[in-house]
Design a protein around this ligand. Structure first.
Ligand code: FES
Length: 136
């Protein structure tokens, strides 16, 4: 299985690892098949994602995609953030081996789950958001 340099870089030096104490939204998702878990924290002010952090208990591809997903979402409006799909993350990373493409879905789901949490906490409706599946 071949990982490109960009994926290896984000795996070896993941950006935005950590937590945000007073996060506006937190999303936790898991992949039932492999058992990997991803948690994303977002700081949202004035409709813009000011900061994003993550913790991933998962494979290298999950770490790399979380890292890239948080890089992509920082500075985006909520509407723009919703446009970030696993394909966006994959493209930004220059692709993953086909057997690992499913790992990138966790990143998309975690971003959506954190935005969902933000919407719930603030009693707002975000058009087009996917309701996250509960993870325990
Ligand atoms: Fe589980 Fe990659 S193998 S997310």
């Amino acid at each position: 299985m071949e990982y490109n340099d960009m994926v290896m870089d984000h795996f070896s030096n993941p950006r935005n690892v950590g937590t945000i104490e007073d996060a506006s939204g937190v999303g936790t998702v898991g992949n039932a098949q492999c058992g990997d878990i991803m948690k994303v924290y977002l700081k949202i002010e004035g409709d813009v994602v000011q900061d994003a952090k993550f913790k991933t208990f998962g494979c290298g591809a999950a770490v790399a995609t979380s890292s890239m997903a948080t890089e992509l979402i920082i500075g985006k409006t909520i509407k723009e953030a919703l446009q970030i799909t696993n394909k966006t993350v994959l493209d930004a990373l220059g692709g993953l081996p086909s057997a690992k493409v499913h790992c990138s879905c966790l990143a998309e789901e975690a971003l959506h789950a954190a935005l969902w949490d933000y919407a719930q906490k603030n009693d707002i409706i975000i058009e087009g958001i996917k309701i996250p599946v509960e993870t325990h």
